[in-house]
Design a protein around this ligand. Sequence first.
Ligand code: HGY
Ligand code: MN
Ligand code: MN
Ligand code: MN
Length: 420
Amino acid sequence: PADGPPRTASAIPRIDARRLEEAIRSFGRIGALPGGGVCRLALSDADKAARDELTHRMTMLGLVVDIDAIGNIFGTRPARAPDGAAGTVMIGSHIDTVSTGGLYDGTFGVLAGLEIVAALNDAAIETERPITVAAFTNEEGSRFQPDMLGSLVFAGGLPLADALATRDADGAVLGDELRRIGYAGDATGPENIAAYFELHIEQGPVLEREGIQIGVVSGIQGISWHAFRLTGRSAHAGTTPRAMRRDAGMAAARIVHDAYEMGARMGADQLVTCGSLRLAPGLINVVPQEANLTIDLRNPDDDALRDAEAILLAIACAAAAEAGVVVEHRSLARFAPVSFDPALVADVERVATGLGHTTRRMHSGAGHDAQMLARIAPSAMIFVPSAGGVSHNVEEYTAPDDLARGTEILSRLVLHWSCP
Ligand code: HGY
Ligand code: MN
Ligand code: MN
Ligand code: MN
């Protein structure tokens, strides 16, 4: 109608880089670590505080806030016509962090979504499709496995009951924690997603090393997480001859050493990480009774990843036999490599180059919620550079210009898709 608000084609929302930077800084104070950085493990009190702040900001922006049964948070900006064009345009990521987290991993993508909503509101732009900003539960998988758990449930890849029954290392049950922090919702979340976009820091060295401004993410490499428990017998470190020992520590050390050697032999694409290793009783003069360790395998090629998995299991069996201990294995997560929607990837590239930015296509070394949304909707990701290629580290940093550049590109894509 003539007196209606300006159609979106004419108005362009203005991203306010300072407002975005301030939002990131203020979230950085939630779960702040004394020396800098953030610890907001999934469903912890710090995660609750961040969730409360996020839902408050969503409400202030006029978004309709829905929480689903696994605690995913959806803030939806309604469309102009109630029956709008089919589907919502979703911007998502996560606000939980690892325990040595930075200000940007996940949180940047969610707050960029809120910044885009604020810019649309400032310009009084109404869209034909609703726009939803999403924060998914337990993306990191540090406390509960698998990682990307909330988006995996949302995409139908993990039964809700199984997810709710997951326990952390101390035995706490995910469903109990969700209720404890007040985020066991009953909404279903958007059921028809026209396009999903995730803006994220690269978390690696490629863009910075090559002096490229924007990563056009073509897909995500395969992920395979393993837990081993080795059970031997505690004994005196000074009196027990080698032949009598059932040394869980020696078996664990053998597994870690041989797994890293395997990675080196298989070449640069095969990444191996032993991120956690605990010995019990953990005393200088006691042969370890028990060892618990995790191995994280990554590879862009699924066949190679399967080879690495088979070799890892053989390594664990040989190490246990050599030490005379019992070995138990659990697979904590396995996600095959994912390719994003080629048309949407081309859209990202077109918009970024159209704005004069340098781009390169790349696959993601890290897992992201986008790989789960790709199961149910056309999905794509935009990367901005990480200073020094550092992430999952309190030194994580991305310059304000890079944050604003990525948000501007995301804003154009969202406008293009929400006003077909
Ligand atoms: O492990 C990952 O790649 C992600 O950060 N959860
Ligand atoms: Mn992340
Ligand atoms: Mn992460
Ligand atoms: Mn991730």
